[in-house]
Design a protein around this ligand. Structure first.
Ligand SMILES: NC(=O)c1ccc[n+]([C@@H]2O[C@H](COP(=O)([O-])OP(=O)(O)OC[C@H]3O[C@@H](n4cnc5c(N)ncnc54)[C@H](OP(=O)(O)O)[C@@H]3O)[C@@H](O)[C@H]2O)c1
Length: 266
């Protein structure tokens, strides 16, 4: 088989959480360009529909499925609807997440709500969606779970507890999934982005020199990695977390390539 054919996703369907914005949208479009139909998931319907228009422009089918992926009953219903619409689901991209919970608070200042928000947004989301699809993947004899962690999953920061803790959990969840379902031909992998600004403002440009590569990640650079991990080209890759950070973690600096403001202040 020609090498590029092994990256072809024609006939596959991917659920992408957080599909309405930034990295999730980019991965949705890349998977669609490689041939996959897409189930776009997020809480807000409008951005999901915008992504849908772009997926359809690429000739693929798309289901916008507004869902709060911290809610197990909503997640289970979303997966059931996706299977009803497309017949089978082959790929799950657990991209929904975010970094604000409890940021800058000392340990005594962290509330129970901060803890649960940080874990729920970044780790419970991936757990619930993986649990909801796994029996379908096992029955089907095929499945690809792609989690999204962060360079922060590899390190700590002063008074930044929740995001690094939850994202480290995502790396561990990936290993547990990979080990548990390897013989069922279900692969689990993880993408660890460095800093991918949503907009290249002058302020962002000014800080780019602090990155080892001399620039930040470009949103569209995430797509090819997602396609690879979803494809037959990655058939023997499982349990692995792939850093895409222009060398920031290798350089021993933060994923953003700079000392966070909270550390400077301390
Ligand atoms: N950009 C970076 O520099 C960077 C670096 C490292 C890791 N990451 C990780 O990459 C992922 C995507 O981040 P991004 O930069 O693309 O940020 P973003 O635009 O804020 O994306 C987060 C997405 O997740 C969705 N989401 C959040 N909570 C949800 C929930 N409870 N239920 C359903 N959907 C939910 C949001 O949609 P709704 O608000 O509509 O629900 C949104 O589309 C995140 O996991 C983030 O931690 C990003």
């Amino acid at each position: 088989m020609p090498i590029l054919d092994r990256f072809d996703l024609t006939g596959r369907t991917a659920i992408v959480t957080g599909a309405g914005s930034n990295l999730g949208r980019e991965m949705s479009l890349a998977l669609a360009e490689a041939g996959a139909d897409i189930v776009g998931v997020g809480r807000r319907p409008e951005p999901l529909e915008e992504t849908g228009a772009m997926v359809r422009e690429r000739g693929r089918r798309y289901l916008a499925r507004p869902t709060d992926v911290t809610d197990s009953s909503e997640v289970n219903a979303m997966v059931a609807d996706a299977i009803a619409e497309f017949g089978t689901i082959e790929v799950l991209v657990n991209n929904a997440g975010g970094g604000g919970a409890g940021r800058g608070k000392t340990l005594p200042e962290l509330t129970d709500e901060d803890w649960h928000e940080g874990i729920d947004t970044n780790l419970t989301t991936a757990f619930l969606c993986s649990r909801a699809v796994i029996e379908h993947f096992v029955e089907h004899g095929f499945g690809r779970i792609i989690n999204v962690t962060s360079g922060w999953g590899y390190r700590g920061a002063r008074h930044r507890f929740m995001y690094p803790i939850a994202k480290a959990g995502v790396i561990s969840l990936t290993k547990a999934l990979a080990m548990s379902y390897a013989r069922e031909n279900v692969r689990a992998s993880c993408i660890a982005p460095g800093a991918f600004p949503h907009e290249l403002t002058p302020e962002v440009e000014n800080r780019s020199g602090l990155q080892p590569a001399g620039r930040f990640g470009r949103l569209e650079e995430i797509g090819p990695l997602a396609v690879f991990l979803a494809s037959d080209a990655a058939d023997y890759l499982s349990g692995e977390t792939v850093l895409i950070d222009g060398g920031a973690i290798a350089a021993g600096v933060t994923p953003a390539g700079m000392v966070p403001a909270i550390e400077e202040a301390g």
